[in-house]
Design a binder for this molecule. Sequence first.
Ligand SMILES: C[S@@+](CC[C@H](N)C(=O)[O-])C[C@H]1O[C@@H](n2cnc3c(N)ncnc32)[C@H](O)[C@@H]1O
Length: 388
Amino acid sequence: MSNLKEIIIDTIAQTPEKQITFAQYMNLALYHPQEGYYSSKKKAIGSQGDFFTSSSLGKDFGELLAEQFVEMWEFLECPNPFILVEMGAGEGILAGDILNYLEQNYPNFLKNLEYIIIERGFGMIEKQKALFQQWQEKKFPISWKSWEEIPDDSVVGCCFSNELIDAFSVHKLTVKLGELQEIYVSYSENQLIEKTAQLSTSRIREYFQLVGIEIPSEAYIEGYQTEVNLAALDWLKTVAAKLKKGYLLTIDYGYPASKYYHPQRFNGTLQCYYQHRYHSNPYVNIGQQDITCHVDFTALELFGESLGLAKVGFTKQGIFLMALGLGERLISLSSGKFNLSEVLYRRDALHQLINPAGLGGFGVLLQSKNLENNNFQLKGLMEYSNQR
Ligand SMILES: C[S@@+](CC[C@H](N)C(=O)[O-])C[C@H]1O[C@@H](n2cnc3c(N)ncnc32)[C@H](O)[C@@H]1O
């Protein structure tokens, strides 16, 4: 039995009902300080890891995001400092691509930039710090902080994340005997098993009220399963409190609530990634595999509004990156300046970033706080805002 599985069974054994919520289970599997998936130094992202993200495909993703950050800085009338808060920076590749590009192309913006990383995985923090040693040596203001270390109402700039919310722990739910019930994790003969019981918190019903979904109702069959990401709401509340003026940019895979909670999606969206294979069993490879769920963008939008975060626009990654100049990058590959293998590799990478059936279909949600003129059209949303 793996160490982490033993720790989880011990944790369950200490509870009065001999069960923990799936959210508590996922939290331990991914973030247990020593044994959790994101705590270990094992490579998680990239060809040697378990899954790819957009920045695994090369520098283009980070460079195009950098273009958007420069424009945000200009819209905010070039504040000093402009703070970029990257949340869930993974192996640190995206941050590196952004900063290297800014250094080469926008040195004036870089002089005004402060970069803060908020990262939960201990293993990830170590990898990120190793990657940015040189930047720290040249006294560039990059730092790793917890939210508690950032005062409320202090960030002027942009908080952003790529594939962060899908890594938050979720509550698993099911319809049983016509009732909405919660799925808990228990054990029997040293094996982890699932049990259903009443909802662990009234916040789950409040969540469905927020997004306008009625479960149970006739449309939802017995055995229907889904998830609710309450951690996403807690995170949004924290980000909104820290942001004084500026933007929140969220890129992730997901759907609006009507699609997420469509009765036909009766097995939910939970997926596990292990060595570039995906499956839906979170109880194997514990601490060695990623566990994720899609993001409900309606919840982020509506809850954000209640916190003073105005929706600037929602689009798809492919459209967003095209608006930021990905098309020109594709065209420039025919300029004769690159060798054939470089052209083939980059063309494939750029196509993957915009492929509507893959990364290009990811959601891009832009929210803002305290901007007098929210009508400034950001380049990434040009002509495409509010598309679904
Ligand atoms: C799927 S990875 C994405 C990595 C990276 N953004 C990229 O695009 O390659 C999720 C990252 O979010 C981190 N994470 C999860 N929950 C977090 C939280 N509440 N605060 C900060 N980081 C978190 C994980 O440790 C991991 O580094």
